[in-house]
Design a protein around this ligand. Structure first.
Ligand code: DOR
Ligand code: ZN
Length: 347
């Protein structure tokens, strides 16, 4: 049995770091585990231009202090009024790594998102030309579509026309949850990839209703039935360079989750690597973990692989009931459970 695993330093290609006190509380968890992370722009108000992204990046670095070598990779929140010049200029200057497409009202702080992607021609053509990746929250917002079908319907209604119209546009389908998405990303004749979260590898939709309503198992896209979880697991451990690590860690203060209308989001940053490694271990795919966690994403984004390594060891640890306090008290993913692996050293 393998008891120690050393891999190249990994990156997290989908993170919500929030702002203010919450940023200070949660950013160290991501910086402890990952060299770089794609930072989601859904603040209030959202990060919609290069100047705002620069200021947010400075706040992230200030929250982490002087000693960190963590690198936040900023994204631009697309709206119906996004300015192609600002996006292309911000990318050329190194402020923006990518743009995020939230269909309006799809999820937390997405009210300013895009109402009609077909009206985005100027922005999408500019991104295609400049090689700027488009990161997509892939769910339709049509309330008449069952919430468990919104990802599969998005592929049919939005994604297929999009890749037809923009054959060179680099696309990341974020946090995939369905067999349809796994198959589409695997087979598409297009520069497309997908991130996969720990929760969608570990939970199916029963977890949300296990003996009562479980708000800490609720995120968007919502977990699907078991057959989908298994398909997403197969994609993650397949070795395909189109699938890579993106936690979608999305902290909400405990009272906002345990509420009559609880927020969507799972805070998995503190033990993300350990949660993913559990899956690769169960699937007999420890040899594929480094590609998923530390290589596929960087290659898709055209960024250098990290120097240095991290080591995980088979030493049991218990996930605490909560982290932080007061306005930053958050319940982490798998609270109270025992994880078989532990992040040991940074070298
Ligand atoms: O569960 C989620 N939480 N899904 C998202 O798309 C957004 C995120 C958040 O910002 O809380
Ligand atoms: Zn997200």
């Amino acid at each position: 049995m393998t008891d120690r695993l050393t891999i190249r330093r990994p990156d997290d290609w989908h993170v919500h770091l929030r702002d203010g006190a919450m940023l200070h509380a949660v950013a160290p968890h991501t910086a402890r585990q990952f060299a770089r992370a794609i930072i989601m722009p859904n603040l209030t108000p959202p990060v919609t231009d290069a100047a705002t992204a620069r200021a947010y990046r400075d706040r992230i670095m200030a929250a982490l202090g002087e000693d960190t070598d963590f690198q936040p990779l900023m994204t631009c929140y697309l709206t119906d009024h996004s300015a192609p010049d600002d996006i292309v200029g911000g990318h050329a200057e190194g402020v923006f790594t990518a743009c995020k497409l939230y269909p309006a009202h799809a999820t937390t702080n997405s009210a300013h998102g895009v109402t009609d992607i077909r009206a985005m021609t100027g922005v999408l053509e500019a991104m295609q030309r400049a090689g700027i990746p488009l990161l997509i929250h892939g769910e339709v917002t049509d309330r008449s579509i069952d919430i468990f079908d919104r990802e599969a319907v998005f592929i049919e209604r939005v994604l297929i026309p999009l890749i037809r119209d923009y054959p060179g546009l680099r696309i990341v389908m974020e946090h995939i949850t369905t067999a349809e998405a796994a198959a589409f990303v695997t087979e598409a004749d297009h520069p497309i990839a997908a991130t996969i979260t720990p929760q969608h590898l570990i939970l199916n939709r029963n977890a949300i209703f296990d003996g009562g309503l479980r708000p800490h198992a609720y995120c968007l896209p919502v977990a699907k039935r078991e057959a989908h979880r298994l398909a997403v697991r197969r994609a993650a451990v397949s070795g395909s360079p189109r699938f890579f690590l993106g936690t979608d860690t999305a902290p909400h203060v405990v009272g906002a989750k345990e509420s009559g209308c609880g927020c969507a989001g799972i805070f998995n940053a503190p033990f993300a690597l350990e949660a993913y490694l559990r899956v690769f271990d169960e699937e007999g795919a420890l040899d594929r973990f480094e590609g998923f966690a530390a290589e596929h994403g960087a290659r898709f984004y055209g960024l250098p692989l990290n120097e240095g390594t991290v080591t995980l060891e088979r030493v049991a640890q218990q996930v605490p009931a909560s982290t932080g306090e007061g306005a930053t008290e958050v319940v982490p993913f798998m609270a109270g459970e025992t994880l078989a692996w532990r992040l040991a050293t940074d070298t």
